[in-house]
Design a protein around this ligand. Structure first.
Ligand SMILES: N[C@@H](CCC(=O)N[C@@H](CS)C(=O)NCC(=O)O)C(=O)O
Length: 443
């Protein structure tokens, strides 16, 4: 077996998630430290490995895989004796994928929103709205934990991913056992793993302590649009899609289904009217997000998990390019799907959520700048015609849905600066019925 080199930092939660996966699989990692605090990740040799300058990055005998979720899936697919940690069954896999995207798009993104300003922005405090945003993510996780593990009755890579973040952020924004009993019981369950403390527990505590001391060193610490509802389309289909046209992830599902030639029975959800908070909808998705699909008796949430499921279940041979079986290409697509949930979409949501649901009239420039950074990261990652190579994949469908909304509300500051991105958007706009399924909902 070739040597597995992991570019990593033990303080970093996604790196620890990969460490836990490797331990669970009995794989040895040659850990090469990347010190984010001294800017190792911005050096040219690292940017060659990952132009989006994040860790972890895996080097498997010369095959480079960035992004923790993609790496975990890759390691299980390639090296595990069985599929327990990442099931092959399309429905079970979709549940694990949904939990992985919940981690990148909600848990990790909200933690980063707090930590980044302290670690890299020289700020001393945690603004109350950001702390509250993290507490809301605790609540979502608590409500998600209906079984012993985050994606059902068995331990999967989704548990490694979620616990790497939760165990870290809980040391910064307290998470009382009385309020979140299921999360505490789940962490206690994971602590039984013989490698837990070494691979995650110690690093999580260390990160929280480090953040608090850095905040103290920076100063005093104190924790202190109209939604368009789509008419029901009257299509006879066995697959119901609960969505709203304004929802980028909802549109990614529609774009995908359209390419697969799959009719959907659209169930419009009016977020402003609170359709997603009704008891009936919460039964479908305790995280109260759209899109959700109901395919016969199977209910799935999270657009990324759903589009993978649709291709796996309904895709014909001619659709296999959307999510090819080869583990390396798949890992690259997964990495881009997590870039969409963890960076593009989560930053869009940071901006809009307080305005849409909190009645805030603030239009904070720093959130727009944070969002626009997404253009730069995607532009730098685009080396070919599409996000992964020269063929359209699910990565493109997912990212274009978000980018279209970003562009409609916060146009690129300078289009000449993002030539590759502009060309890609243009290429995507030529997809069949693109206007109908994406552009009209974005503007
Ligand atoms: N979704 C990514 C997130 C990776 C990530 O943001 N890692 C942080 C460290 S915890 C990082 O490398 N930050 C440096 C940067 O973004 O420049 C993953 O799971 O790999």
């Amino acid at each position: 077996m070739p040597k597995l080199v992991l570019h990593t930092l033990h303080l970093s939660p996604p790196c620890r998630a990969v460490e836990m996966t490797a331990k669970a699989l009995g794989l040895e990692l040659d850990q090469q430290p990347v010190n984010l605090l001294t800017g190792d990740h911005l050096k040219p040799e690292f940017l060659k490995l990952n132009p989006q300058h994040t860790i972890p990055v895996l080097d498997d005998g010369g095959t480079i895989i960035p992004e923790s979720h993609a790496i975990m899936i890759y390691l299980v697919t390639k090296y595990a004796k069985d599929d327990a940690l990442y099931p092959k069954d399309a429905v079970k896999q979709a549940r694990v994928n949904a939990a992985l995207h919940f981690e990148s798009g909600v848990l990790f993104a909200r933690m980063r929103f707090i930590l980044e300003r302290i670690l890299f922005g020289g700020q001393p405090d945690i603004p109350e709205d950001r702390a509250e945003y993290v507490r809301k993510s605790y609540r979502l996780l608590e409500d998600t934990l209906v079984d012993a593990y985050v994606a059902g009755d068995h331990l999967t890579v989704a548990d490694f991913s979620c616990v790497s973040t939760i165990a870290s952020v809980a040391g910064v924004v307290p998470m009382e056992a009385s309020e979140y009993p299921k999360i505490h019981a789940w962490i206690d369950r994971l602590k039984q793993l013989p490698y837990y403390e070494e691979a995650n527990g110690s690093g999580a505590t260390e990160l929280a302590k480090f953040v608090l001391s850095k905040a103290e060193a920076n100063g005093t610490t104190r924790v202190s649009a109209t939604l368009h509802v789509i008419p029901r389309n009257g299509h006879m289909s066995n697959i119901k899609l609960y969505t709203a046209t304004l929802s980028p992830p909802g549109r990614a599902v529609q774009l995908t289904a359209h390419l697969l030639g799959l009719p959907l029975d659209i169930v419009p959800i009016d977020l402003m009217a609170g359709d997603h908070r009704t008891a009936e909808f919460l039964k479908l998705n305790p995280q109260h997000t759209i899109p959700v699909i109901a395919d016969g008796g199977i209910v799935l949430r999270d657009s990324h998990a759903i589009i993978i499921y649709l291709v796996q279940k309904y895709g014909k041979k001619e659709h296999s390019h959307l999510y090819p079986e080869d583990p390396v290409t798949r890992a690259k697509i997964n990495a881009a799907l997590h870039f969409d949930s963890g960076v593009l979409f989560s930053r869009l949501r940071f901006y809009f959520e307080p305005i849409l649901y909190g009645g805030s009239s603030e239009l904070p420039q720093h959130k727009i700048d944070y969002l626009r950074k997404g253009y730069e990261l995607l532009n730098d990652a685009l080396v070919d015609d599409y996000i992964v190579g020269n063929t359209l994949t699910l990565a493109d469908l997912s990212c274009i849905a978000t980018i279209a909304t970003m562009e409609a509300f916060f146009p690129m500051d300078d289009r000449a600066k993002y030539r590759k991105l502009v060309a890609w958007i243009d290429r995507m706009s030529r997809l069949p019925d693109y206007d109908r399924f994406n552009q009209q909902g974005a503007v």
